[in-house]
Structure formats: C-alpha cells, structure tokens
Design a binder for this molecule. Sequence first.
Ligand code: SF4
Length: 353
Amino acid sequence: MKRKIKKIINIGDVSIGGGKPVLIQSMTNTDTRDAGATVAQIKESESAGCDIIRVSFFDMDCVGNIPEIKDKTTIPLVADIHFDHKLAIACIEAGADNVRINPGNIGKAEKVREVVKAAAERNIPIRVGVNAGSLRPELYDKYGGPTTGAMMEDLERQIGMIEDFGYDNLVIAAKSSDIDMMIAVNRLMDEKYDYPMHLGLTEAGTVFSGTIKSSAAMGILLHEGIGDTIRYSLTGDPVKEVEAARVLLRAMGLHKKGLNIISCPTCGRTRIDIIGIANELERRTAGMDINLDVAIMGCGVNGPNEAKHADLGIAGGDGKALIFKKGSIVKTVSEDKALEELLHMINEMTRGD
Ligand code: SF4
C-alpha cells in the first residue's frame, strides 16, 4: 500500500503528512471544566497509545484549565471549538497545539480572520473540520440533504477563506456517519488538497458496532494511502477508541506498536482454553510498546504452522501446549502455565534477552 504524501504539519512535538506514520487521535468525554478528570482521562489514553488528544473547550472556565492539562500530560492538545471565535483565540494563547474549528459556525469572515491571525502568530495549525451534521444550513436545501457535494462545497469554502487570509498551516477533515459518503468525500479531498487528512466516521455507534463500521470506512481509505491521523468515534470509553485504532493500524502494517494476536476461532478439536488465553493475553499486553506476532492456536491442524511463523506461539494439545519461539518448539507446558509462560517470553523478547 502506497501512502499519499501530503504537506508536513507539526502539531506540538509530532508531525503528520509527508508519508509519516498514521497517528492515533482520540477525544476526551469528561467535563473540561474539571481539570483533574480531564487530565486523568488523557493520561489513560496516552498509556493506551494515543498520539494526539482532542478536547472540547466550550467556555472560558475550560480554557483556564489548558495550562494544567498541558503541564500534566505529554501528547499534543487539539482544542475543539464551535461558535465562539474568542474561545479559539484564548485556547491558542493558552497553549493549545492545534485548534479545530468549523469556520461555518464561527460566523463572519472577520472573526475567522482573527483566529487565523492568532494561530499564525504562534504557528499553530488549524484543523478545518466539516461534519455532515453541521453544514451551512443553505447547503442542505441546495443539495437536498447532507450529500458528498454539500460537504465538499462547505469544506472548499472554509479552506478557501483561510487560504485567502494567507494561512496554509492546515489539517483537513470531513466526517459523516454514512460510510459511502465519508469515503467519497475523503477521496475528493485527497485529489484536491495537499493538506494532511484526519479520518473518522463520525457518530459511528457503540464500541462493538462503531468499531466495525469505522474499520470498514477507514480501512478502505487507508488502503488507498489516504489518511494521516485517525479517530474512532465511539459511544464509550475513549481508551476503546485508541485500542481499536491500534489494532487497525497494526493489522494493516501501518503501525509497528503492539501485539498482533493471531488466534484460531476454536472448534470441536480444541482441548485447552484458547479463548481465555487469547483474551487475557490481549488485556495484559494492551498499550505495551512491543512489536511481536503471537499465535494462539488450538490444535495440531493449523497450529504448528501458524505458531512457527509468528515470533511466539502456542499450539494446544490435551491439557497442554507446545510453545514456539521464532519457528522452533522450545518447550511444552501444562494449560494452566501457558499464559504466564507466553507473558514471560514476551517480556524477555521486549527486553532483548
Ligand atoms: S487450530 Fe485446531 S482447534 Fe483451532 S480452529 Fe483450527 S482445527 Fe480447531
């Protein structure tokens, strides 16, 4: 898969575009006026592997918490602003690394100009984000609803306005909850613009169905080389968004962080608790900065070959498991020792033992 090369944009101390690795974004769902809760949630997302965090700033009390949030967290902060250009300017002045605005709801062009001026003074990128649910009202009439054409027209107008003010430090995004529309508008954006693109299926749904829908939409675009940052918009814990993003990027070869678990679906031949071992292994290695393929296989049909080709693996027998490392059987352990042995070996390999 060949990545599309876009202009490089710096967000805090990370860079996107230019063929750099696709980064994971998530968004807090705490009340931003509660700095402690917001910091705690950002730290959880950081630990899970989040690269960039977006936070809603909806009043000046929230904005007052930016120094504390920045002080106690390490990943770049994207301030999400709607309606009020003064909030956007205040966030930039308070140290946000990026502001996400929807110029269509900021109001008069003069207000957008003031935001652009503040961003330019500090070289802060602006993410121009349109969403099918909040296009300019006249576009719904013109297009008969939130269509790909309506989204594109809104985006072109917004980007054009900021470019006319002489600013091109931009990241762009267009989100829809409709998979076809989201893919179509992002393909058009990719053809037209050199700015790095943030992908997301907006309002995707619950953790289970939203993960599947988002993976379908973003997977297609990523496979075409489109996308520089991704977000799963799930109705749930933001950590789940980060975990889903990690798995997608790892599975597509776009990310080298994390355990790639290859595990069999189990069947009538299975004689050890493969489901328990695979799930517990995933839980206990979540967020670890490792790059290993681990095969968890139930029996001798496909097990030995999958296990041989992974970095580590087990092939189950009757109450026991063969353990493979880099293609060779290194030991046989009883079922109850299999998980701990794998974790021990993963730790050894991570340390380079
Ligand atoms: S590896 Fe063995 S236990 Fe697992 S699904 Fe295949 S045949 Fe069944």
